[in-house]
Write a protein that binds this ligand. Sequence first.
Ligand code: AGP
Length: 607
Amino acid sequence: MCGIFGCILKNGEAAPTIHGALKRLEYRGYDSVGTATLHKNKLFIKKDNGKIDEVHALHDLDNLPGRIGVGHTRWATHGAPYQENAHPHTDCENQIAAVHNGIIENFAELKMELEERGHVFRSKTDTEIIPHFIEEEMKEGLTLVEALRETVKQLDGSYAIAVVSVKEPDKIVCVRKESPLVVGIADNDVYCASDIPAFLPMTNRYVIVQDGEIVVLNDEGYEIWNILDWKQVTRNPEIVDWSPKMAEKQGYPHFMLKEINEQPLSLRNTLRLQDQYLDLMTTFLDRAGEVFLVACGTSYHACLAASYMFSKLALLATHPVIASEFVEQHGKSVNIDSTLLVVSQSGETADTLATVDGAKLRAATVLALTNVVGSTLTRVARVYICQQSGPEVGVAATKTFTSQLSVLSQLALRLAKMRGKISHVEIENLEEKLEQIPDIVEKNIQTQKEKVKQLAKKYRDKQCFFFLGRGISSAVALEGKLKLMEIAYAPSLAYPAGESKHGPISLIEPGFPVIFICPKDDTHKTIVGNIMEMKARGASIIVVIEKGDEELKSLADEYIEIETGLPEVLSPIPFVIPLQLFAYYMAIERKCDPDMPRNLAKSVTVR
Ligand code: AGP
């Protein structure tokens, strides 16, 4: 997720306005930043990797001439955060500058096409193909807006793009598909941005650009065109009544709730990973003598779930290990035949990085899954995949967890295919279900919110909670427990439901809340027995079930229905959503700050 911004000012210099806007968009990405302005038919560009303040201190982002310009604050997905990968990107003649938020899935083949036509690329990004495509189209005599329209017809993926050109120095053209884009309208000036906070100090009048629409900003204001039928669209401005702080959270009260609701988008982006990286990592896994899945916290829960995926789909036994225990538990056994798939959202967790160092000293192969391109983990791993979730501001991992599960399930599926362990029919079915997950998650978030909010109110004063699941759902139980503990400070226990009678059940008293995660999979029939054991001792039974599971509804005191129709290996993604929401609303009920829970940090960089 990145932040784009553009402005046309009646008077004054655009650069300081762009700088201020990018600062307000910094929560959308902060590993590189850049600005391009138009002045006397020339482009002026400053860009570099680093946080906005760092780049400004080095280059003075306010000092660029011209009243028209675009800017970008980056969260790298393609190409590490180096200066040449920072936006804006330009064409061969430095006459066109483009900024982009999103993921262009087919950029590799389009880039080759352009290179064959003589275009020279300076970056590793997917974005850079945009100005070169526009250059081609304008050479054919198209106007800037026509050229952008023809360009996006070639693009697969998601984008919000803003472009300026010295050939039409009085306008900005912008376009969107899936990535957000809004236009801000002030008395004399007009803006385009990824999000309202960018221009909120200047105006609260805005227009949302819809998918498939292209916008021309000029001194008269804005024109919206439909890309398909090329008809102009009339859309009057609306007024936003958010405070700037609220606006950063897109109107949500907390980043955590915003990020829970962002999961459909982040999951769509996670389905847009480049095949070559997934295939390369799959090949390493296929050749491994033994595979360890290593992480901390929520990322460890993703590894635990992945161990079921690799086993059930690819018949590969993997060993999920908590990073801080890895050396004690396996340090001596790691060797050249060992492969570690290390998972870390931040890519900076000290316990996880220490494991990597130790394993590499013993000649093991280290693969990595992270959300931060340019993080330490990406530099020490032999191969890494960036999960493309965008920045996660809330301390509690939510959207990055479901993205990790999506990537790990894609790897397990590719490995199964590579090893011929499951039929083509099964593979096609699983691939189809994977594509459905973002919509399934979107639907479940909307339908569950109110019910979960009521449950948090009902159980607000309980002193301890159990989270139980069997099979792959035991990983979901652990994640639900961690969420509730870390942001609502509610003591909780989680373990495989079959373990109840081996001790923990002694804690059960009448009214003790026990949350069961019960997808309709092979464990469904056995978990009924565990529910009955708890029920017999007076526990308050809360079940997270597939929609229409009348048997478990009849046994429970409360239930949350999940509409999925997903195979068990993909069930953790929708089934964790109500547990994320439960933890969030419980934190609100208990007057805790969900975004900044006490004693915790977003990235634990100490051992
Ligand atoms: C999850 O909600 C916590 N913030 C924490 O457990 C986190 O998952 C853990 O510290 C690992 O972080 P990483 O994924 O950045 O390595």
